[in-house]
Write a protein that binds this ligand. Sequence first.
Ligand code: AMP
Ligand code: ZN
Length: 504
Amino acid sequence: MSGAPLTLFNSLTRAIEDFRPIDPAMVRLYSCGPTVYNFAHLGNLRAYVFTDTLRRTLNWKGWATTHVINITDVGHLTSDADAGEDKMEAAAQAQSRSIWDIAAFYTQAFKADLAALNILSPSLWSVATDHVQDMIAFARVLEEKGSTYQLEGGLYFDTSTVPDYGRLAGHRGDEVVGRIADVEGKRHPADFAIWRSSAPGADRQMEWSSPWGRGAPGWHLECSVMSLKYLGAQFDIHTGGIDHREIHHCNEIAQNQAFNGTARTGANLWMHNNFLVDRGGKMSKSKGGFATLAGLIERGVHPLAYRLLCLSAHYRSELEFSTEALSAALIRLKRLVMNVGQLKAKAGPLAWLAPLDEMKATRGASLAYQRAMIEAPLGEQARALVAAFDAALSADLMTPQALPLLEDALTAKSLDSEERLRVVASFDLVLGLDLLSTERRSLALRPAEAPLLDAEVEMLLDERQTARAAKDYARSDILRDQLIAAGVEVMDGDPLRWEWRPLL
Ligand code: AMP
Ligand code: ZN
């Protein structure tokens, strides 16, 4: 592979490791997907910006990837610790809709969010309910191997049948006792249901026949089964949010080991993004916040500003959500797009841009190929910038260090406009901010609650223009303040004249 050796943090060993794919020709990657009972919240989306950054980095550095993301449309309970109701059943009851409707609707909404964030589609979406028979077959093997026992509530996994249960979480099984709901007859506190029998008389919309009676698979089972089916018994990287490190992924590993042998945990590397945290309560829906991407857009924040916000923190650090940080990210994005626009105007027509847009639209070429095309004519100084960017990403995806190199490239005195743009285009293959194709105008989203219509803004601006021409600066200032109060920023001397400020 090209450039700096890639190192990544492995939650399993709690160490940064050199990345060596099992098959050098194809890196295999599995990401735990969403539970489609509601819109994804911004925290969930951070997990997929992280996964996308990982995948783009691998591709940019020259590896091909097979990436699977699952859609959880059955089995995830309201508590990860094996308790509560199935989230999908609960949502169906609350909304008086069929589970299948709910799953289809929120799956589409999730995919639309990913597209708005410029997150590449996985090689395969695998849907849990399409794999129930595979799950039953897998569970039967575990049963034959003596790793399970049956209780009234279903088939349980005996965590004592695998060594080192809970290693990923950094503790042994017995320590998780407080977190696992008490089920009568469970042999060990950490044991978990891999098949959940329907309670007698229960009115479940989703249930299947199985050797253990009618019921539904446990949530952890789906990821073991689908990753095995599509990526093999041992693949390269498994990702998820840090909450999955405690229970879900420990349970996946236990199932994988029971099925494939102790050495086969499923993935060589287990990688986890830290949380988007909301200490100020800004994300909370009940306070009228903007927990979802749609909520953000309604307030006038472009989705790629949220992507930039995510990239500005390292994926293993908590990222605190605040309107200040979000505004700063939007301003930074606007500035980047504006600077790119200025360079484009200076450089004149760029023959290499059109084929890149086409490749992006048709997904016609790998990022490595696009990168090679973009970087081919670069001189030594430009290559040094690319090398610095590569070094930052290769150090466990240090995006906060990689981002300022964008600004360095845009202002690099030793490079001409076209070279600067080529460097930015190469970086953007990883950052996914669409810097070369976004117009600044399209970043100024009109907030849904904006008190003025565009035509009214134009009218006030004209009025202000007249006042200024008549040197009536007091009037001009009043009009400016009126616009600012309505969320419109006036930009004197700018051909765009004005932009909406997000109403945060
Ligand atoms: P779920 O739909 O609940 O299965 O979650 C989808 C993904 O989002 C999982 O990888 C979670 O670990 C992750 N996740 C959940 N909450 C947050 C958060 N606040 N910040 C970052 N990732 C999160
Ligand atoms: Zn999973």
